[in-house]
Design a binder for this molecule. Structure first.
Ligand code: STR
Length: 406
């Protein structure tokens, strides 16, 4: 580690500038994550290579700075890497065992059962948008009334989480992700979520329902059943991921399309499919800025860089989406007709590729057309430079998206 690592700004005051800087710094470059050094991967081919390299693992115990005690539970990002045993933190054959039921439940064919549910939840929230707009001269914060509650409702249906608990969970996640939350408060929230999900799992064990939580608790013939700890870890991962990332995707898509009326017009006219606009949003303004973290179990040489055994490696997916070698010289432009859009790595790659990708795509492919059908005159109510990101280092999530619905 020779040069001074580039400090990632946790306040996310200029994400485009950061993304450009990271890409210019090289395909794999040193960064500083709130005082902790790591490697950032910004290159598409290297991201594919390293997400399929078994010498990199998710187990925090392989992290030199953790096992030597330099990084502790006081580090504000610890909850992103020390999240309990689950499909998110385990590799190899055990990982396949932990992931199997999720992959089945979230397969595109199985998800068709959720389509009418998502359509109903979307329609309900669009009524709320209309009501809020009527009270407020046609202007609403699309995040607060639509993009924020929808993914929690969907993942809540999938996992069997009561609607009455959604507000509490949303508050917890908001504080969990924000760098502004004092660390003792964040650690208390992590503990409270553990208690909440433990209670949920025990309630489902006693009284199973038609949800993925209950399915985790049912042993498959021949297969080794998941332990309670593993079930809880999986549920925590699915609820957090299913909620946070999809909020960002809806917001980033509405923002991109509103700022590019010619692109939006092609979609509304049916010249370009919604799914193309969704894939281009995932590429151009991915909901996950930085995916923490993988750890090297031995020295790994990548081009002229050596990742030392014990080093942490971050996939900087927003920068990866701007790879000019893959997406062309105009990679920084939003183009719903871009032929390479769907090759993006916004859902990751390799064994840990997002198991919820199809759910996310289904959700957004229902939510966006329904939103623009209901409010054809929808426009941003502020200029783009008035929009601010939440102070969340890893996630690309707007604080608010004020729109005029006409
Ligand atoms: C949040 C806290 C928690 O209880 C469990 C997890 C595990 C899965 C993580 C999640 C975390 C944070 C957001 C992640 C998600 C997997 C996918 C999602 C990293 C640490 C992304 O943003 C890609």
């Amino acid at each position: 580690m020779s040069t001074c690592p580039f400090a990632i700004n946790p306040m996310v005051t200029n994400l485009d500038e950061e993304t450009t800087h990271l890409r210019e710094a090289g395909p794999i470059t040193q960064i500083d994550l709130l005082g902790v050094p790591a490697w950032s991967v910004t290159d598409h081919a290297i991201a594919r290579q390293l997400t399929t390299d078994a010498r990199l693992v998710k187990d925090i115990n392989a992290w030199g700075l953790w096992s030597s005690g330099v990084v502790t539970r006081q580090w504000p990002l610890i909850g992103m890497v020390d999240a309990g045993r689950s499909m998110f933190t385990v590799d190899g054959p055990e990982h396949r065992r932990l992931r199997a039921k999720t992959t089945q439940a979230l397969a595109p064919r199985r998800l068709e059962e959720l389509r009418p549910v998502i359509e109903r939840l979307t329609a309900e929230l669009l009524d709320d948008v209309a009501a809020a707009a009527a009270e407020n001269g046609g202007v609403v914060d699309l995040k607060q009334v639509f993009a924020y509650p929808l993914p929690m409702r969907v993942v809540g249906e999938l996992m069997g989480v009561d609607r009455a608990d959604h507000a509490k969970l949303l508050d917890w996640y908001k504080a969990f992700f924000s760098v502004m939350t004092p660390q003792d408060e964040r650690l208390a929230i992590i503990d409270a979520m553990d208690v909440y999900f433990t209670d949920l799992v025990r309630a489902k064990a006693a009284n199973p329902g038609d949800d993925l939580t209950s399915a985790f608790l049912t042993a498959d013939e021949g297969g080794e059943p998941l332990t309670e700890e593993e079930v809880i870890g999986n549920i925590k991962a699915l609820v957090a991921a299913g909620h946070e990332t999809t909020v960002g995707l809806i917001l980033n898509a509405v923002r991109a399309l509103s700022n590019h009326p010619d692109e939006l017009a092609k979609v509304l006219a049916g010249e370009v499919e919604w799914k193309q606009a969704i894939e281009e949003t995932l590429r151009w303004d991915s909901p996950v800025t930085h995916l923490l973290m993988r750890f090297a179990t031995e020295d790994i040489t990548v081009g002229d860089v050596v990742i030392n055994k014990g080093d942490g490696v971050v996939m900087s997916y927003r920068a990866v989406g701007r790879d000019k070698g893959v997406h062309g010289e105009n990679a920084d432009e939003f183009d719903v007709e871009r032929a390479t859009a769907k090759t993006h790595l916004a859902f990751g790659y390799g064994p840990h590729i997002c198991p919820g990708a199809a759910l996310s795509r289904l959700e957004v492919s229902i939510a966006l057309p329904a939103l623009f059908a209901r409010f054809p005159g929808l426009k941003l109510a502020v200029t783009d430079d008035e929009l601010v990101n939440l102070p969340v280092l890893t996630q690309n999530d707007l604080a608010a998206l004020p729109v005029a619905v006409g």
